[in-house]
Design a protein around this ligand. Structure first.
Ligand code: G6Q
Length: 545
């Protein structure tokens, strides 16, 4: 399929040419209803997309594009468990993980919902037993240090949510996340914890991932060396749990069946925080809060599945992204949460978006001749204002950005107005800019000479017209966070549909893994023959020497 040849794309290209001189500032001045027209309220969330380079016609054309890509039937295929991950022959059912009712969803003839609910109940019982002190460590002490060992999808989601919801955490539980194969990661973590009170969660869908298994074996050795008063089998069984689809490998590691939590191949790694991969979250915030997280995501699922595209938040977010990437040449997308607790959110979104849609072939293998996933980046505001915002305001790239904030602060309300005023001011400044008349007037008011004004004015002009979405949420709660994450998951899905790519595989990470295995052997063998380019040989030899 050639997307760019679609009538809908041609119409959008020509519409974009007509908007070359479009001014958001002017549009706001002329149309007092612009915010009312281009904003949506959903439960506690306000999605304001009025500060974009759009008119009603833009949205109509984008919705037509979504229809021509059969978005409606593709959303149904997602929710109903069709094998839409065609390179791995898998359904994609993270939405089933948060379905609270028992309406069946079949995968290979089997209803998955009872399995999902059983596993949640198993997690609930485990969390209660740990919190109540019913499950103790091998020396009889309570388990209070929880270390999740996992990487990628088995780390980023749980780590992000655990931090984001740390306000709600069980005060007795300390959570740690070890992911990197760099030994400094696990060693620094081990130096902070007490073996007698530590529970390791080995989170790995495959239970073969090099980084995770290496760290798990290091953790096992550390426990066996430091808990000499207990028997080794008891140490493993009381201080380790596993989360995996590979039950056999978990058992071989020594983890007993009742401490193995399952998930299934129809849950993609980066979509897995809702499954038992979320055990570290549940241990930190408690099962009631974990279920609220799921409920918030489920509410967003319903909104996404049942709302017409022109009122559908994830669909609109996705279409706006497509508008900038494919018709305005934007190559990146910035996400700025104005909330300290969401510091890791941009990191999480990087994997979600770029691993899902960083693809150059379409579903049928044909190469794309258009851009796909943007480079996703960002950092928490207001800190980001003092680092990279200069480039968004006055640099040469077009960088659409999402601003996210909560109206009510969880801790300290005195400073909240300052935080929010910065959010609002930044999106206003990006939209309005400051023209030369305004700059000159300002400089004259400072009594500067004409010569100085002439020299300075060009540096002080802001072009404005920079697009932003504002996502304003009443309060950071487990429920609202669940909705927010699901909103981005569905945005990524919709963009994959428009670009006609498989958002659910990640073959691009394989080649490096294969080569690393070969090089690892070479690093460990004396005088091995090195069959690489001269740069790689040079690097290996430098280390060996
Ligand atoms: C995510 C990816 C990837 C995966 C990690 C860890 O969608 O598949 O990030 O989560 O490679 O894999 P395991 O869970 O199998 O250890």
């Amino acid at each position: 399929m050639n997307l760019t040849e679609l009538q809908e794309c041609k119409a959008l290209s020509s519409h974009q040419r007509n908007l070359q001189n479009f001014s958001m500032r002017q549009s706001f001045e002329e149309d007092k209803e612009r915010f009312a027209k281009f904003s949506i309220k959903f439960e506690d969330i306000l999605f304001d997309y009025s500060k974009n380079l759009i008119t009603q016609e833009t949205l109509d054309l984008l919705v037509k594009l979504a229809n021509s890509m059969e978005l409606g039937s593709k959303i149904e295929a997602l929710f109903s468990g069709k094998e839409i991950n065609i390179t791995e022959n898998r359904a994609v059912l993270h939405t089933a993980l948060r379905q609270s009712n028992s309406e069946p969803i079949f995968v290979s003839g089997e209803d998955v919902i009872p399995k999902v609910h059983n596993e949640l109940n198993k997690i609930e019982a485990f969390v209660k037993n740990v919190h109540s002190g019913n499950f103790l460590g091998a020396t009889g002490k309570r388990l209070t240090d929880i270390v999740n060992i996992g990487i990628g999808g088995s780390d980023l989601g749980p780590a992000m949510v655990t931090e984001a919801l740390s306000y709600y955490k069980n005060k007795d539980i300390n959570s740690y996340f070890v992911s990197n194969v760099d030994g400094s990661d696990i060693i620094t973590t081990l130096s902070k914890i007490n073996p007698e009170t530590t529970l390791f969660i080995v989170a790995s869908k495959t239970f073969t991932t090099q980084e995770t298994m290496t760290n798990a074996f290091t953790a096992k050795k550390w426990l066996l060396e430091n808990l000499t008063q207990a028997k080794s089998a008891e140490i493993i069984s009381k201080h380790f749990v596993a989360i995996s689809t590979n039950i056999k490998a978990c058992a071989e590691f020594g983890i007993s069946e009742d401490r193995i939590f399952q998930f299934w191949d129809w849950v993609g790694g980066r979509y897995s925080l809702w499954s038992s991969i979320g055990l570290s979250i549940a241990l930190s915030i408690g099962m009631d809060n974990f279920r609220k997280l799921l409920a918030g995501a489920e509410a967003m699922d319903k909104h996404f599945r049942n709302t017409s595209f022109d009122k559908n938040i994830p669909v609109l977010m996705a279409l706006l992204g497509v508008w900038y990437i494919n018709f305005w040449g934007a190559s990146s997308h910035c996400v700025v949460p104005y909330d300290y607790y969401l510091t890791k959110f941009p990191l999480f979104l990087q994997q979600l978006d770029m691993e899902s849609n960083g693809k150059e072939v379409q579903i049928d293998g044909e190469k794309v001749n258009y851009s796909t996933a943007p480079i996703v980046w960002g950092a928490a505001g207001t800190n980001a204002q003092h680092s990279f915002f200069q480039l968004i305001h006055q640099g040469t790239h077009l960088i659409p950005a999402d601003f996210i904030a909560f109206v009510n602060n969880l801790n300290q309300s005195d400073q909240q107005d300052i935080l929010l005023s910065n959010f609002f001011a930044q999106t206003e400044a990006l939209m309005r800019g400051k023209n030369s008349d305004e700059v000159i007037k300002e400089l004259k008011a400072e009594n500067l000479s004409d010569d100085k004004i002439e020299k300075l004015q060009h540096h002080k002009i802001f072009k404005g017209n920079k697009p932003t979405n504002s996502i304003l949420i009443k309060k950071l709660t487990p429920y609202n966070l669940g909705s927010l994450i699901a909103m981005y998951e569905h945005k990524v899905f919709v963009q994959g549909v428009i670009w006609n790519i498989n958002s659910f595989d990640q073959w691009g990470v394989e080649l490096g893994k294969q080569l690393a295995k070969k090089i690892l052997k070479e690093l460990n063998t004396k005088d091995s023959e090195l069959n690489h380019d001269s740069s790689t040989v040079g690097l290996i030899n430098f280390c060996k020497a």
